[in-house]
Write a protein that binds this ligand. Structure first.
Ligand code: AOF
Ligand code: ZN
Length: 355
């Protein structure tokens, strides 16, 4: 159907800004007059103009008189609030757009139906939920954050053919270079990344996105007793870093020591902090203890698992997912990448969009 084709174009435009809009959503918009696209736009960068505004501003002067007879397709309900920019629903009313077709409603409390209501009150025709599953997948981080009040959680590990993720006190490279680069790309797309003490001590990872172009995620390391030495890569100043510990609150350049009680569930305590800091997504990169804590608490949305082409014979067993569904199984040279989603997940995998 032509409507779906137009909405797919919005999603395609929206995705161009992947990694640059958080904590805000990815949004694309097009304006159609009599089967002709007369305007296109997308939200390009957090804090800048929304998709609908860029779309309207891109209509050529000679086509502007068509706006009041045109339909806007947009993958998220137009906003209703004055935030970084004025409300899009007001601009749509001012421009007298005839009809608005929407993929997903916006759960953000300042919008949450008010944008649609504003359009209806001004006699703009509305159609909602077009290709809604595709939009749910595209904006799963933003939607999860506002609906579940926690970041969207991605578990990631690399395992050997015989299902080991490493050996204690020894760093072992399991997956190949292409997987490593892909991992760096993924890091640019998420707001934060977390590891436990043992992983910091044993693997000494930098947790930044140096092999790709884009933003580094916030690095979070759990170091309850502050055992990690100052020479460790997490203190290399290449990214903002939180050290979750039991001893002190202190800010030192881009290192933020955050004291927590560790009295009850540390994972939930950290997720609460992340919600307050508007961190919409989190990659959990090990080790096995931390990954298993998220799995036991059913606090994960997707798992990305690399399988290398070697065996170890012994070592640290890879975590076992429960309630998972395999949605993608692909080869990356001599390695394998599997994507699992949590069956309770409200954001179903949509294969024709990117990961
Ligand atoms: C965007 N881009 O294209 C649309 C958004 O922080 P503000 O003031 O820019 O407002 C962000 C909210 O606006 C966001 O959480 C979402 O609810 C709504 N729509 N946001 O950044 C867009 N359409
Ligand atoms: Zn807006």
């Amino acid at each position: 159907m032509i409507d779906e084709l137009y909405m797919l174009r919005c999603l395609e435009l929206a995705q161009k800004a992947k990694g640059f809009t958080a904590p805000n959503p990815m949004v694309g918009a097009i304006l159609v007059y009599s089967n002709r696209i007369v305007g296109e736009g997308w939200h390009q960068q957090y804090g800048e103009a929304h998709a609908e505004i860029n779309c309207l501003n891109n209509v050529l002067p000679e086509d502007r008189h068509l706006i009041s007879e045109s339909t806007m397709y947009v993958n998220l309900e137009p906003c209703a609030h004055n935030g970084n920019t004025p409300p899009c629903s007001v601009r749509l009313v001012e421009e007298k757009v005839k009809k608005v077709v929407i993929c997903n409603k916006d759960p953000f409390e300042k919008v949450n139906g008010k944008g649609i209501q504003n359009l209806i009150n001004n006699n703009i025709e509305i159609k909602t939920d077009l290709l809604s599953n595709a939009g749910l997948w595209l904006n799963r981080r933003f939607l999860c954050f506002h609906q579940l009040h926690r970041p969207y959680i991605i578990l990631k590990w690399a395992q050997t053919l015989d299902s080991f993720i490493g050996q204690s006190n020894k760093q072992i490279q399991i997956s190949n270079m292409v997987c490593k680069q892909l991992m760096h790309k993924w890091r640019t797309e998420e707001a934060a990344i977390i590891i436990g003490t043992k992983t910091a001590l044993c693997d000494n990872p930098q947790l930044n996105a140096r092999l790709w172009h884009g933003k580094n995620p916030l690095r979070i390391v759990i170091d309850r007793e502050l055992k990690i030495p100052a020479t460790n890569n997490i203190f290399d100043n290449s990214a903002n870093t939180w050290i979750i510990n039991k001893k002190k609150n202190e800010i030192c350049n881009n290192i933020n020591y955050i004291k927590l009680t560790f009295n009850y569930n540390i994972v939930s305590e950290i997720l609460k902090l992340l919600f307050e800091a508007k961190i919409v997504s989190l990659i959990v990169e090990g080790g096995s203890q931390l990954l298993n804590s998220f799995i036991e608490l059913e606090l994960w949305d997707e798992a990305r698992i690399f399988t290398g082409n070697t065996s170890l014979g012994n070592g640290i067993k890879s975590p076992s997912l429960t309630n998972s569904e395999l949605v993608l199984n692909t080869e990356i040279e001599d390695n394998k990448l599997q994507l699992f989603t949590n069956k309770n997940n409200k954001y179903p995998f949509y294969p024709s969009l990117e990961l």
